[in-house]
Design a binder for this molecule. Structure first.
Ligand code: GRF
Length: 202
């Protein structure tokens, strides 16, 4: 059975979508564990309700050792790491050992509205203020940078004239929930091929 680790920091609606898709038989994998860098993340409650193993590696406590600590929990136990609203930056050995096996979901069409400090409602507020007509979400490979790895999938969401950041976030999240599971499925079926910055679905 294909095994995944899901890393979270917040509400965990993307985690919930993965759980629902597994339960509905649309995603053929097991969530080996859910790891949060924040003790208060509601995602941890969602995982516990389903009997999934959970770990809190508080970033305030572990600081620069956070990535190595996470690696020690999952090395040899999972096939893919999913960053689903995980706000810490992974560094060092975990990126080498899981090269091209760590994916992130970002709530914009990268390379717009990405990088340090660009998360949560701020992404959508900035998109509206800029006046873009479409935004969306991006699932990408995680490398050493922030939101810089090869793009696997993007879904487009129109920006309406009466949108505020909350209404836009809600519609983008609906697409995120689909995109993340679609990409996990492609990994399970071994259909992802990466050549430098380009990702081919074979
Ligand atoms: C999502 O918008 C995701 O793209 C971003 O953080 C948010 C997490 O939402 N990386 P949730 O915790 O899955 O509800």
């Amino acid at each position: 059975m294909y095994k995944i680790a899901v890393l979270v920091s917040g509400s965990g609606s993307n985690l919930q979508a993965i759980i629902n898709n597994i339960e509905d038989g649309d995603l053929n994998c097991k969530i080996q564990c859910v790891i949060s860098d924040k003790p208060e993340a509601f995602a941890i409650t969602r995982a516990k309700e389903k009997g999934i193993d959970t770990y809190v590696i508080d970033k305030r406590e572990y600081k620069d050792e956070l990535s190595d600590r996470i690696l020690s929990l999952i090395e040899g136990k999972v096939d893919l790491i999913i960053l689903a609203g995980f706000l810490s930056i992974l560094k060092g050995k975990i990126i080498e050992k899981f090269k091209n096996k760590v994916i992130n979901i970002h709530p914009s069409l990268i390379p717009s509205f990405m990088g340090n400090g660009m998360y949560g409602l701020k992404v959508h507020k900035t998109a509206i203020e800029y006046g873009v007509k479409v935004t969306g979400c991006t699932v990408h490979i995680v490398d050493e940078g922030t939101d810089t790895g090869p793009i696997i999938m993007q879904k487009v969401v129109p920006v309406m004239e009466n949108d505020d950041e909350v209404s836009l976030q809600k519609r983008v999240l609906e697409e995120e929930h689909k995109a993340l599971s679609e990409v996990i499925s492609l990994f399970i079926d071994n259909r992802i091929k990466i050549q430098e910055r380009k990702v081919f679905i074979i």
